[in-house]
Design a protein around this ligand. Structure first.
Ligand code: ACO
Length: 402
């Protein structure tokens, strides 16, 4: 038995909190969540109001700067972002090193980290102007990189950015246009994807954001820190849940659909099955995730506009939600749909392949990551993140040949 007092001192305070269940790792003024009420605010503004009244660029400006932009500030911000949408041509050669069937998140982790090789000024993180340019570069280039990763997997030529389109319209065109076929941006689809971006823009100290902060706290460059965030987001307990959720719905649909929902739910409740209802549950929300409500609404709008009202996966998701919200297992544990429950259905309707869902999440979350990273570096008292441990191994012992 190890005497913790001997290891960590009699007076120093030492807490052991696996998973950071109740430990704040930083101070932040960007995003506020009230998990019991199901409330989410960016810089004080309710997500419901931002989703209806703003476009993604305005929300990016708000998250980065703390205030909504005036029309002049918005125009200037748009101009700055569109100036940086292209990526260095060398990135194509980097991309060619990947297998065509590589997961887009593997490719994106590499590409984002690789960008630090192109922007040497980004290594000077003490200079506020350089930090700002890095932020703009990351926000501007992320859609180009995600679209490139997609085009590479389907073997089509990359489509270069077209800067007279909106941020989201440009991304849709880079994804779906080909040199033979122009892509006409559908207003409902553009608005829906823009809303998906808004809903994913920031979410305080989640796993990937905490990863970006921890990685950035060593003084590394922003591309390296954001690449760490991308890697963390990939996991199915975090951003990878949107892909896992759609795979779950498709699997269920192929194996009996709505008729088999009851049987599936029994499996979910059986702890030995290892099956979870993906897109359900959240560390902080113990009430309905407000983003899931907006996502469900967006889902209805998009499916309606595209003539897909009878989409069987949407029907299935609604039925799963209905049963879960009445089931004591979910009631007792306060498990509600999270942002990932409906987002895959919207993205699938738009034509985005399932494997790309988490990359889209990463694209949208980039602004949150970079704002949190910048907030950390702007704090004169910031320190390298260095968690302690509760050591459970051997005390010192003599070497003996085995
Ligand atoms: N399906 C079934 N049971 C669940 C689920 C679920 N989706 N989520 C939690 N539970 C159960 C757990 O088994 C546990 O039960 P117990 O108390 O009887 O042991 C209880 O609810 C608490 O769950 P924890 O895993 O301890 O909660 P934690 O806060 O650590 O995890 C998490 C939160 C990872 C989101 C979890 O709810 C989960 O795995 N959900 C499915 C994956 C998912 O949708 N992730 C996306 C989250 S949102 C985002 O990152 C964008």
């Amino acid at each position: 038995v190890i005497d913790i007092r001997k290891l960590y001192g009699e007076t120093g305070m030492f807490t052991y909190d696996p998973g950071f269940m109740s430990t704040a790792s930083c101070q932040s003024s960007i995003t506020y969540i009230d998990g019991d009420k199901g409330e989410l605010l960016y810089r004080g503004y309710p997500i419901e109001q931002l989703a209806v009244n703003c476009d993604f660029m305005e929300v990016c400006y708000l998250i980065l700067n703390g205030e909504l932009p005036t029309p002049e500030q918005k125009a200037d911000f748009d101009r700055q972002v569109t100036l940086h949408t292209m990526v260095n041509e060398q990135m194509q050669f980097f991309m060619r090193g990947f297998r065509r069937d590589a997961h887009p998140m593997a490719v994106l982790t590499g590409l984002v980290g690789g960008m630090s090789a192109f922007y040497h000024d980004s290594t000077d993180i003490t200079n506020e102007r350089h930090r700002h340019i890095s932020a703009i570069r990351l926000i501007a280039k992320m859609p180009t990189l995600v679209a490139m990763a997609y085009k590479y997997t389907v073997g089509q030529p990359y489509i270069y950015p077209q800067n007279d389109l909106s941020y989201t319209g440009n991304f849709l065109r880079m994804m779906f246009a080909t040199p033979c076929e122009p892509y006409v941006v559908n207003d409902v689809v553009e608005r829906a994807l823009d809303r998906i971006f808004i809903l994913h823009a920031d979410h305080e100290q989640n796993a990937s954001t905490s990863t970006v902060r921890l990685c950035g706290s060593s003084g590394t460059n922003p591309f390296a820190a954001i690449a760490a965030g991308v890697a963390c987001l990939w996991g199915p307990a975090h951003g990878g849940a949107n892909e896992a959720c759609l795979n779950m719905l498709e699997h269920l649909q192929a194996n009996g659909g709505v008729e088999k929902v009851g049987e599936f739910m029994e499996k979910v409740k059986d702890k030995n099955s290892g099956v979870r209802l993906m897109g359900f549950g959240h560390r902080v929300y113990k009430n309905y995730d407000p983003r899931a409500k907006l996502m469900q609404q967006t889902c209805k709008e998009v499916l309606g506009a595209l003539g897909l009202e009878k989409d069987p996966l949407f029907k299935l998701a609604m039925e799963l939600e209905r049963i879960a919200l009445e089931d004591q297992y979910f009631v007792d544990r306060k498990l509600y749909p999270n942002v990932d429950f409906y987002s895959g259905i919207v993205q699938r309707a738009i034509g985005i392949p399932t494997a790309l869902f988490t990359a889209i999440f990463a694209l949208a979350r980039t602004v949150g990551w970079i704002a949190q990273w910048n907030e950390m570096l702007s704090d004169p008292e910031y320190k390298i993140g260095r968690p302690r441990q509760l050591f459970t191994g051997y005390n010192s012992r003599e070497y003996k040949k085995a």
